[in-house]
Design a protein around this ligand. Structure first.
Ligand code: M6R
Length: 608
């Protein structure tokens, strides 16, 4: 995710900004920039790539001034280029802004601003905000920001400066974090606490809708309704390493807890007011979408599991046959692909060699190839006919967690789009499915609010050597993902099976020492799953069931029950996955494993 730092005080602002941005580097970024208020003007320097490039440019041509804003950008709109890097300026060059988040209505604002004579120079959503603020500016930058943010739909954390008000930074936020480090005769605006720790441990937390006027000696906060507000003040005791992880012990845990936000951001803006699914990235007419007669999904690892969830959704809702291939198999098996086939490549990193090869193979065979990825500007985005981005933010832990559930969220939107274009579901059914899907962030929040049972359960299985994960229907890919999480971070052997397959061989493995994790959430095969549980218990298995709140009955059949909120079966994969991630996490931690960097694994696999 992008990083914001703003400084006002007696020091050289560029030093503080570079230092603060360096503290946010762990979050990942692809370009960086600063804007410094100099002698009655704003000077901007931006560079693609690492902060070292920006630092070198500032060493060559220092920007002098004690007020400024800086940014590290993780691209969301437009490629990682210098023109798209922040800070962005207005037409006059006297306003500069940095932004984290996504402005959903930026296309419409852009058109309006262009029609009013504004010259926009980048592909970003952020630049529209600079020009919007310019259009409202009448001598008071705080007032202009307040009026501008009322027009914004989406999420934002903003830091804004104006050359005519050289001692002030205006900060505003909605659905994207922003704090002010409160120093003595200096203040630092930042998107995350590590950026301020070198100067102060007192932090003011801005809330959604707040607009803060930050000067060296004061921070004045006004809420969305225009009323003055005293922000919460924290005294931070964390050391830097803990602060980078937001106070969590590991990036993996932090990322598990970021899932509600990742899903929310991925779903943002996907349903139009008229009830149509918004997926302009497909760049296909509804008639072209309706003509798709087969979908192939190619992916590896966790992304492959998301693909199997998608198969279930697309076949159920759009009634199009879907094949899901491990990428490394797809290209060597002479797949039957033609121009009426849609190939969907799922890859978090966008750099997985086998998945890229699958995309090339599909396009050579005449199919349209579409990517679902988390990384703007990654190779898959350049090699595909279209891209849907998951907006999970950078994932630092090697084990995929938030990117998996964000992929399922994006694939749910794709499945609904296909269903709508083909008329496979009524408008009412699409509306009710969307209502459920859009509640997923809250559902995951509920799972994350109640995890004590998961830790206690984990404690009983730290000595296991082998384990089985079972499910049926959409529970199968959930079980596969649960098994992958456990094996890759705890090094306990874990194997996933469709529960009905147990008696065709794997049941021979059952002993009391082999824990069996079963996805037993409510659905049309629930009774069958319960029978499968009884089969393994009759052979001495100890069962951990992931079940639906209110299902008291299941407790009679399992040693441990990890409850998740009730959802419809089709969208149960996301909530059912979360306890499995936490179970794997706690078992691995109790075994003393490095969950962020498991042995032998890399985050991005760029070789075949
Ligand atoms: O970047 P990709 O989604 O293409 O990566 C594919 C797999 O390497 C990846 O999902 C891997 O299985 C996970 N990191 C495991 O947690």
């Amino acid at each position: 995710m992008c990083g914001i730092v703003g400084y006002v005080g007696p020091r050289q602002a560029s030093d503080v900004l570079l230092g603060g941005l360096a503290r946010l580097e762990y979050r990942g970024y692809d370009s960086a920039g600063v804007a410094i208020i100099g002698d009655a003007s704003i000077d901007v320097e931006r560079k693609v790539g690492k902060l070292a490039n920006l630092r070198a440019a500032l060493d060559d041509a220092p920007l002098v001034g004690s007020v400024g804003i800086g940014h590290t950008r993780w691209a969301t709109h437009g490629a990682p280029t210098e023109a798209n890097a922040h800070p962005h300026t207005d037409c006059t060059g006297r306003i500069a802004i940095v932004h984290n988040g996504i402005i959903e209505n930026y296309s419409e604002l852009r058109e309006e601003l262009a029609a009013n004579g504004h010259a926009l120079r980048s592909d970003t959503d952020t630049e529209t905000v600079a020009h919007l603020i310019e259009s409202y500016y009448t001598g008071d930058i705080t007032d202009a920001v307040r009026r501008a943010v009322r027009r914004l739909e989406g999420s934002y954390a903003l830091a804004v400066v104006h050359a005519d008000e050289p001692g002030t930074i205006v900060a505003a936020r909605k659905d994207s974090p922003l704090v002010v480090g409160a120093g003595t005769d200096e203040n630092i605006v930042a998107s995350d606490i590590p950026a301020v720790l070198e100067y102060t441990r007192d932090v003011l937390v801005l809330e959604d809708g707040d607009v803060a006027t930050v000067t060296a000696g004061d921070v004045v906060v006004v809420d969305a309704g225009g009323a003055a507000r005293e922000p919460e003040r924290l005294h931070v005791e964390w050391d830097l390493a803990a602060a980078e992880k937001g106070g969590y012990e590991d990036f993996m845990l932090k990322e598990i807890y970021e899932q509600p936000t990742a899903i929310r951001e991925t779903l943002r803006g996907r349903m139009g007011a008229d009830g149509t699914v918004q997926l302009s990235e497909l760049d296909m007419t509804d008639a072209e979408v309706a003509a798709i007669d087969r979908v192939f999904i190619v992916a590896c690892g966790t992304s492959y599991h998301a693909g199997i969830v998608a198969k279930s959704l697309i076949e159920r809702w759009a009634r199009i046959p879907v094949e899901v291939d491990v990428s490394s198999e797809f290209r060597y098996r002479d797949p039957i692909v033609d121009p009426a086939t849609l190939v969907v490549a799922i890859t978090q990193s966008g750099e997985t060699a086998d998945t890229l090869a699958g995309v090339r193979e599909a396009r050579e065979l005449g199919a349209r190839a579409f990517a679902i990825t988390n990384v703007v500007g990654s190779r898959v985005t350049r090699e595909s006919d279209g891209v849907i981005y998951t907006h999970a933010g950078p994932e630092i832990g090697v084990a995929a967690t938030k990117t998996f559930t964000a992929q399922i969220a994006a694939l749910s939107v794709l499945a609904l789009k296909l269903a709508q274009a083909r008329g496979a579901l009524s408008p009412e059914r699409i509306a009710s499915l969307w209502e459920e899907i859009s509640l997923l962030p809250e559902v995951v929040e509920a799972v994350l609010a109640d995890t004590d049972g998961i830790e206690a359960c984990a404690a009983e299985y730290t000595g296991a050597v082998s384990s089985l994960f079972l499910g049926r229907g959409i529970g199968v890919p959930v079980a596969m993902e649960g098994a992958l999480k456990l094996k890759e971070i705890s090094y306990i052997h874990a194997e996933a099976y469709p529960a009905g397959e147990m008696k065709h061989g794997p049941i021979a493995l059952i002993t009391p020492e082999v824990p069996v994790v079963v996805v037993a959430t409510q659905g049309h095969t629930y009774e069958k799953v319960v029978s499968n549980i009884q089969e393994v218990r009759a052979r001495g298995a100890r069962v951990i069931a992931v079940a639906t709140h209110g299902d008291e009955e299941i407790a009679r059949h399992a040693e441990h029950v990890l409850y998740v909120p009730r959802t419809s079966e089709a969208i149960s994969a996301i909530p059912a996955t979360v306890p499995m991630q936490l179970l794997a996490y706690h078992i691995a931690k109790m075994r003393g494993c490095n969950v962020d960097q498991p042995r032998n694994l890399a985050k991005s696999v760029t070789v075949e």
